[in-house]
Write a protein that binds this ligand. Sequence first.
Ligand SMILES: NC(=O)c1ccc[n+]([C@@H]2O[C@H](COP(=O)([O-])OP(=O)(O)OC[C@H]3O[C@@H](n4cnc5c(N)ncnc54)[C@H](OP(=O)(O)O)[C@@H]3O)[C@@H](O)[C@H]2O)c1
Length: 258
Amino acid sequence: MTSFFRDDLLADRVALVTGASSGLGRRFAEALAAHGATVACCARRPEKLAETVNTITAAGGQALAVEMDVTDRDSVADAFETADRALGQVTILINNAGLASTDRAIDLEPAVWDQIMATNLTGAWTVAQRAAKDMIAAGRPGTIVNIASVLGLRQSGGVMPYAVSKAGVVQMTRSLALEWARHGIRVNAIAPGYIETDLNREFLESEGGQTLMKRIPQRRFGKPEDLDGALLLLSSDASDFMTGEVVAVDGGHLVNTL
Ligand SMILES: NC(=O)c1ccc[n+]([C@@H]2O[C@H](COP(=O)([O-])OP(=O)(O)OC[C@H]3O[C@@H](n4cnc5c(N)ncnc54)[C@H](OP(=O)(O)O)[C@@H]3O)[C@@H](O)[C@H]2O)c1
């Protein structure tokens, strides 16, 4: 993996990535491992996590698949204990697991709202809180990178609960940064624009997706590797004086208010 960052940038660090079984989370796990971190790859589907781990180990990195459902506090606690026992204390958390829906607000089923909030917002808080408690107890602080979205900062039709959950992630990032700075824990977020993954592939290829592309100043959707720079910056000491920041990586989408 060619990179602007040194290969040993994250040597001796243990990272935990939620949603590492596909899409952005898989790429985050690979990028962290390629820069020296040992990575606990977490999600619900073990067979998909095994693919992530195999890719990392084939490239010479170190990773472990750990099942975790972010909506289940016991599952989160078990996963952190497993990662800690096998790899050592987690000092980099990438809080990435997430879901979206495309229902119009008027038709939205309460169960869909509940599931999106439970995963994207409550789940992200549960995981961040567990990571921070461990860091404080061990006296080894670290860095938390929440994966928000441009939709936490601007609106679009048909994504109301998703946008609300990601706006919550933005405010959670700032609030946790404020509360946990005294413990030496930094909390930042990446707000990706439209990056092609399983979450949105069908939509991005549709007519609506092509119309949307015209509103992106750089006139393209992102690739998961477009997030490497922000990920490595916020995961490493290179961002030592940054906390509570939300970094958009979106081809300029946010500066176009149309
Ligand atoms: N792609 C984009 O354009 C884009 C833009 C902005 C923000 N994002 C955010 O980036 C994150 C990753 O999205 P993606 O595009 O990579 O989508 P994706 O390919 O669908 O990946 C979502 C990941 O979340 C995991 N997940 C879902 N529910 C979970 C749960 N209850 N517990 C643990 N893991 C769970 C899934 O794993 P399992 O099913 O195996 O559990 C999967 O690995 C999301 O937070 C998304 O909102 C994406």
